[in-house]
Design a protein around this ligand. Structure first.
Ligand code: SAH
Length: 339
């Protein structure tokens, strides 16, 4: 059966037309799905019984089951969702003063092989559909009864390796008939798939692009992130400059600091040279050690020195607040699980 949440508003109108229904039903259905967040076609009470039966016979609503829910002492919640095909993914809700952010997964597993990330030590199974990406948000809102105002594609998977579904999901997350979350409140993080960065620049979506940089030269970056062997740093940064020129949007660079690896002042100096003059922001992440991982977290002192060096040399840098590390919900700690 088809997942009704895989259809964007316009596609749903077409589906309904094909079923001999009036297209305005799409508006009613979207309201039930994305605003009321009902879990059954039976609850769509302004549709005729006949249409509800037709929908039930042809579509699923893709309601994820919560297999496990862990709450951190800082209020962060990590969900393990059953994606209904024998696989499970993780999604994290982070509560900030300025509102709730959700960190969604885009794939079941990841192909990128970054040496410091737990999502990678597992096999890649498949990409999530747009409906499965959206369902993570709906399921968390249903469970908590709280509104989510920010979405970050920083869970399991490489979002730009699932380009079409991720872009489709973003459009529906943003759409007034969908979840109606402002595009500026949506971020995509990528390990640096250059052709897809160029493609994204053409989409005219106002979301934020984050680049996982983590190192300032090819030797070091390739040792941490195999993707750098295909898309080296000079070309990646050129793609970023071109993205900024095309979209006028600031790019956010993620830089996870690992002790004695990429956290000394020489690295900071090199980073300043690389980013000088670019419309960007650097997000420093204290690296989270993963099982059997060779990277250790930098000391707080080093992290602050690194930040201060960047800020004093014209690069705006902040340290990402670490949330949920006591429940393995922090950056790099999410994993796919088999049921
Ligand atoms: N695949 C995408 C999005 C997922 S990860 C990407 O690579 O950008 C979200 C961020 O967490 C990325 O910047 C990633 O490099 C970072 N990250 C991964 N493992 C980490 C770890 N152990 N400690 C800190 N950050 C980590």
């Amino acid at each position: 059966m088809k997942n009704i949440k895989n259809y964007n508003f316009e596609d749903l109108k077409e589906e309904l037309k094909d079923m001999g229904e009036k297209p305005f039903r799409a508006e009613q259905i979207c309201k039930w799905l994305y605003q009321e967040k009902v879990q059954s076609f039976d609850d769509m009470t302004n549709l005729s019984l006949e249409l509800r039966e037709k929908l039930k016979a042809n579509y699923t609503m893709c309601n994820f089951n919560i297999l496990k829910k862990q709450e951190s002492k800082d209020g962060t919640i990590k969900y393990l969702f059953d994606v209904l095909d024998g696989n499970a993914i993780e999604t994290v809700l982070m509560r900030y003063h300025h509102g709730n952010s959700i960190c969604v997964s885009s794939q079941i597993g990841c192909k990128m092989g970054c040496k410091f990330c737990a999502s990678t030590g597992i096999n890649f199974i498949r990409s999530l559909t747009s409906g499965e990406i959206i369902e993570q948000i709906i399921a968390v809102e249903q469970d908590t009864g709280e509104r989510i105002s920010n979405v970050v594609f920083m869970g399991i998977g490489e979002p730009l390796d699932n380009y079409d579904n991720v872009v489709k999901a973003i459009k529906m997350i943003n759409h007034p008939k969908g979840l109606n979350i402002g595009a500026r409140h949506i971020s995509i993080s990528t390990s640096g798939l250059i052709p897809k960065i160029y493609q994204l620049a053409e989409e005219n979506i106002q979301c934020t692009l984050s680049i996982s940089l983590h190192a300032t030269n090819n030797e070091k970056r390739s040792s941490m992130m195999p993707v750098n062997q295909v898309y080296p740093i000079e070309q990646l940064l050129q793609a970023c400059r071109d993205y900024i020129a095309k979209t006028n949007r600031r790019i956010s660079f993620e830089y996870a600091l690992a002790k004695d690896n990429n956290d000394n002042l020489e690295d900071a100096k090199e980073l300043v040279k690389r980013l000088k003059g670019m419309l960007c922001h650097v997000n420093l992440i204290p690296i989270n050690k993963i099982e059997n991982g060779k990277f250790d977290k930098s000391s707080n002192e080093n992290i602050m020195k690194f930040r201060d060096y960047l800020n004093n040399h014209g690069i705006v840098a902040t340290i990402r607040r670490e949330l949920g590390s006591d429940i393995d919900a922090a950056c790099g700690q999410l994993r796919r699980k088999n049921l």
